[in-house]
Ligand binder design. Sequence first.
Ligand SMILES: [Zn+2]
Length: 139
Amino acid sequence: MPQPFDRAPSRGRLLLRGFTRRCAWCGDRKAYFRGWFGRQERCHACGHRYRRGDDAFELGAVTANIILTFLGVLVTVLILVLFTAPDVPVVWVTVAAGAVALVGPALFYPLSFTLWQAVDLWMRRPTPEELSGESDGSL
Ligand SMILES: [Zn+2]
C-alpha cells in the first residue's frame, strides 16, 4: 500500500527525490525500476503506481528527458567554451556536444521518469481514495 496521506512528502522533497532517481512518494532507491531501462507498474517499496491513471505519463517523461539532454548539451558547450576561450576548438566542441546529445537520452532515462513522477505528484496530489487503492488517480 502507498504511504498514507498524513505522511505525504513536501513538494521540495518530491522534486529532490525525483532528481536523485528515487520514488518521489516514499524515497526508495529502486523506485519502480528493474534495471536501467526496465520498469514495473508499482514502486518496490510503497506500491505507488507511477502512471496514476494517466496513459500519457510517458509523454511527460520523454519531455523531461529532452529537457535534461538539452541542458547537458548546453552545459558541455559552456564549459568547453569557457575553458578554451578565445581559441575555441569548434570541431571538438561540436563533437563533445553531439556525444552528449547521443548518450544523454539513455543516461537520463530513469531520472526523467522519477522526475516526472515528482512533478506529477507535485501538481496532482494523490487523493485518500487513490492511496487506499480505491481509485487509480485517473484524470
Ligand atoms: Zn515508493
